[in-house]
Design a protein around this ligand. Structure first.
Ligand SMILES: [Fe+2]
Ligand SMILES: [Fe+2]
Length: 231
């Protein structure tokens, strides 16, 4: 199975934010990404979160989400889309997935492999991010023991997808507060081949005990920040 993957579009009407995020170019770049995935013969697409960014009104934020999802849904490729902190600080999770038209991804079987999607848009106190929140440095995967159980039950190679970072090579402000526990669970499972992450816009690639940690560079900061891989 061939998969197209990209992250951190941060689509909004702004020309630039934070000095380096070219928000309003992401619609054009998303179209280019889907054209690329189509030419490459991808079977599915994964987006790792931060699809949209804040506007002055929620009506405009909703319009942006509808616009970029209409583009994505105009291609006949199934898309598995995680929420990032920027999405979760603007949209309630149910509202987000109702507008996107994609279900919240959890576990997908792909040619005998498992694609496991994790939502770490939680504060360390266990509360999910909600509209109006803004502390992106507090990120946490609740019920890590559930992940351990889940991995034990799965057969076959497993690939993990998460917006925030587990890789210790990424600055700790971007990492889960319980990254060490999650890192050890992944390592000890003996089943995980790779972990794909977004959130850290510069991107980073590491490998520990044969497990690849790939942090994709952000679409909003670069041209051609879209990739394919096979499982
Ligand atoms: Fe981002
Ligand atoms: Fe993020």
């Amino acid at each position: 199975m061939k998969i197209g993957i990209f992250t951190d579009a941060h689509y909004s009407s702004r020309e630039v934010s934070c000095g380096c995020r070219y928000n309003n170019l992401s619609l054009r770049k998303t179209r280019e990404a889907y054209e690329f995935f189509t030419v490459k013969g991808c079977d599915a697409v994964i987006f790792l979160g931060d699809l949209t960014d804040t506007e002055e009104s929620h009506a405009k934020e909703l319009a942006n989400l509808r616009e970029i999802c209409a583009l994505i849904n105009s291609y006949p490729l199934p898309t598995y889309c995680l929420m990032g902190n920027h999405d979760a600080f603007v949209f309630d999770k149910d509202e987000f997935y109702a507008v996107t038209g994609f279900p919240a991804p959890e576990l997908v079987r792909a040619d005998g492999a498992n694609l496991l999607f994790l939502d770490a848009c939680f504060f360390t106190n266990g509360r999910h991010y909600a509209p109006g929140d803004d502390d992106w440095t507090d990120t946490f995967l609740p019920n890590a023991c559930e992940l351990e159980k889940r991995l034990a039950e799965l057969d076959g190679d497993t690939y993990i997808f998460i917006h925030q970072n587990i890789d210790p090579a990424v600055h700790e402000s971007h990492r889960l507060s319980n990254w060490r526990e999650v890192f050890d669970i992944i390592k000890n499972s003996g089943k995980v081949k790779a972990v794909y992450q977004g959130h850290y816009h510069g991107g980073c690639t590491s490998e520990y005990d044969g497990i690849k940690y790939v942090t994709l560079p952000a679409m909003c900061e670069r041209e051609r920040a879209y990739f394919t891989f096979e499982v």
